[in-house]
Design a protein around this ligand. Structure first.
Ligand code: SF4
Length: 234
């Protein structure tokens, strides 16, 4: 694997950011009104089985650190492994309990940090789907499938839809800017330290990790990498 791969992903993230910024706001508002999602408090979206993981933007990390820092963990699916066997990942996520529910889900099925919940939770399920349609046009879609949870096509005021659209754009641009910053820092770090990405090391170290041994993971946060020695608990 070559260092050029990081440059390629960086170019892709910059292009995605331009697409998001260029997307017609009114169209997004209309899509949100049409989807008209309403929470039914089924709690499925707050489980690992359903949504895999809750990625945290830097502002989320700062806020949740003040509430309970033990509920923050390096995000899964490490982005790269270098030729010395060290992993790099672009940020943090929330922890889950052993039963796969989010660490902040209350016994009554409600979020215990609702007013301070992560940005991704507050825009759910209107996250951006970056898949192009048949004409190559970027689509905004809710990620969760229709009728799998909650209520759809509910009445929504223009004001509420506009606020959600604003929050979605803010989250998506924030996420992509974070990815750009991570890849830019990673590129400089690899160049300065004469490192390169290694798929062979990635697979070798993941085998170690999956067998319960410790691996070294560098987590990107606020312009620098924070180092952890992690062992898979599953
Ligand atoms: S932080 Fe709250 S809303 Fe987000 S997944 Fe956890 S319980 Fe659900």
């Amino acid at each position: 694997m070559q260092i050029a791969l990081i440059s390629k992903e960086l170019a892709q993230a910059r292009s995605d950011l331009s697409d998001v910024e260029a997307y017609p706001f009114e169209e997004l508002v209309d899509i949100i009104k049409d989807v008209g999602f309403e929470c039914s408090r089924c709690t499925r979206c707050c489980t690992r089985d359903y949504n895999d993981h809750v990625f945290l933007l830097e502002k989320d990390v700062e806020r949740i650190e003040m509430i309970d820092s033990s509920k923050i963990t390096p995000a899964p699916y490490f982005d790269y492994c270098d030729n010395k066997g060290n992993f790099y990942v672009q940020g943090y996520a929330l922890t889950y309990r052993d039963d796969g529910t989010c660490a902040f889900l209350g016994e009554d099925g409600l979020c215990t940090i609702y007013k301070q919940r992560p940005a991704i939770c507050s825009i759910y399920p209107y996250m951006l789907n970056r898949e192009p349609d048949t004409r190559g046009k970027l689509l905004w879609r809710h990620v969760a499938g229709l009728n799998e949870h909650g209520y759809y096509h509910c009445e929504m005021t223009e004001k509420d839809a506009m606020q959600i659209a604003k929050d979605v754009v803010e989250y998506e641009t924030g996420f992509l800017q974070h990815r750009i910053d991570f890849l830019t820092t990673l590129l400089s770090y690899f160049r300065e330290n004469k490192l390169k990405p290694s798929q062979r090391q990635y697979e070798r170290q993941m085998k170690k990790y999956n067998s319960g041994k410790k691996i070294l993971v560098n987590v990107y946060h606020c312009g620098q990498f924070h180092t952890y020695h992690l062992a898979d608990k599953s």
